[in-house]
Design a protein around this ligand. Sequence first.
Ligand code: PLP
Length: 359
Amino acid sequence: ALTQFSSSAFAAIKAPGDDPFVGHPDMIRIGSNECWTGPFPSAVTAGQAQVPYGNRYEPDHLRSTLLRTASSVEGISEEHILPWPGSSDPLCRSVVTFCSPERGLVTANPTYEAAWRTADWMKIKLTRVPLSAHNGYATDVRAMLKADPNAGAYYICSPNNPTGTVTPLEDIAWLADNKPAGSVIIVDEAYIHFSGAPSAISLVKQGKDVIVLRTFSKMFAMAGLRLGLSFARPDLHKRMMRYDGPNMISMLNIVALAAGAVSLTQADAIKARRDEMIAARSMTFDHLAKRNIRIVPGSQANMFLVDWKKPAAQMKTAFAAKKVEIGRNWDIWPTMSRVSVGSIKEMEGFCAALDQIVA
Ligand code: PLP
């Protein structure tokens, strides 16, 4: 019956508010590690300028501008960079490429689950090494190697989702020098611009078996536009690209390509956005400390884990009733919720909702 798919027809199917977690225009959305504001204004202008050319498949010049810009900002040759529609594809694809039923995947726990899901789907042996206070909740690379000395891939998310903690570059370099032959280290740097930590791209430059993933979904606020980059030796990229279908699945969105290239050059705006996030995060931490609510310490990104000392799912529902969407929890720590850092105003809203819930 929906021949005319108007917004009112859509409203008839699903009214805002049917689901307490989505659809409220006035909901404070700090559940998905999105950026609290839109893309940089110069990126919006560059993206908008491409819309009239949307009848054409991606032209070469937009891709080459992005590659040239990324190469100059990161100081690595263009041959080591591939663009993607987000970082999810190269993340899952690198697990598919380098793991097998014989050569497993090793990750931290908790960490971003996309690699786990891929391993599960492929019936790959999955080994998860718990994070702990002994090394400041960094990914424990020595324990990872010990847990599976013959894995096909070791996944390190740094800063880690959901703890925000950083794994020292020396540890990643140690793993690169000690891991089994034929395996790779996947370093997911989705949140690195929020941290200022040194990038594992330096290991790619040294020719190591390291694949670094970046996304434009976080600091660059382009989650809905879809753009990502991977940095790796050309032979590793070539293996990941064995299946490119009819040469179309790696085609990119021209709006995202143009907006992304401009975003990379905005060093001052990146710093200002990071500073704004740090101010909102420390205001929130002070508030939680005043209430004696524990967080996992050491976050260097736009998220943190809060320990409610009761089932996290209950707290998610309680916050949703106050129109605050907080993040999910991980099975290993069922009393902790991930909270993303939004604007100062949004974090004040989170603190006010918290005060009402615990009062
Ligand atoms: N890696 C990490 C650590 C993430 O948190 C996310 C998204 O939240 C992704 C990768 C995938 O992001 P995208 O596909 O939008 O680049």
